[in-house]
Design a protein around this ligand. Structure first.
Ligand code: C5P
Length: 219
């Protein structure tokens, strides 16, 4: 472990939607007694607030201003300006605009600043997203890039949609996933990519326990 003995490790997890980032992040955090930050929830919170306030997600300046003044608390529940928006954040309206909002460089600048501050305040932790190991925390103690087959990722997202009672047609979930992956990987500002030195893990046919054991040997 490259962190000093009295500080806690920083673990960065990136990967496309439905690859298994959250499951792995939760298991690693529980196992190591670390706090966890879902940065996707932060971009979703900005998208949610834009819809809430009638701000056009394509209006880069207005969305950036909104992002800077927004209060976002990411915990077991996600509170936006003090209101629990956990369910809406996973719903189809937010999901359909979040990648456009996340492609906004000024929004990213603000979220990255908050994410680094979170790590500082928590003295380490498990942070998941798309650009964590490449941009936010390139010096993380452990960098993990998770993937899974497209079919498996769509299946997981459909289950998640059911679980949050945002009932969606499975083919719509698959189409949305492919569209979002494309936007996230091809945008100019911090596209999804495998960081230098990242451990690449395919979660398609493997249990979370097995993956946790494997990645812990790298820490
Ligand atoms: O992880 P989740 O699917 O909730 O992320 C929602 C969206 O937020 C992604 O599709 C991506 O556009 C954006 N995102 C990002 N950078 C991160 C985390 C999420 O651009 N670090």
């Amino acid at each position: 472990m490259s962190s000093s003995p009295d500080s806690r490790p920083v673990i960065a997890i990136d990967g496309p939607a439905g690859a298994g980032k959250s499951t792995l992040a939760a298991s690693l955090a529980a196992r190591l007694g670390l706090d966890r930050l879902d940065t996707g929830a932060m971009y979703r919170a900005v998208a949610f607030a834009a819809l809430r306030d009638g701000v056009d997600p394509a209006d880069a300046r207005a969305v950036a201003e909104l992002a800077r003044r927004l209060r976002i608390d990411v915990g077991p529940a996600v509170r936006v300006d003090g209101v629990d928006a956990s369910r809406e954040l996973r719903g189809p309206a937010v999901t359909s605009v979040v990648s456009a909002v996340a492609a906004n460089p000024e929004v990213r600048r603000e979220m990255v600043r908050r994410q680094r501050a979170w790590v500082e305040a928590h003295s380490g932790g498990v942070i998941e997203g798309r650009d964590i190991a490449t941009v936010v925390l390139p010096d993380a103690d452990l960098k993990i890039y998770v993937t899974a087959s497209e079919a498996e990722r769509a299946r997981r997202r459909a289950l998640e949609a059911e679980a949050t009672a945002n009932d969606l047609d499975p083919s719509a979930v698959a189409a949305d996933l492919a569209r979002r992956d494309h936007l996230d990987s091809t945008r100019q500002s911090s596209p999804l990519a495998v960081a230098e030195g990242a451990v690449v893990v395919d979660t398609t046919d493997r249990s979370v326990e097995e993956i946790v054991e494997e990645v812990l040997t790298r820490l």
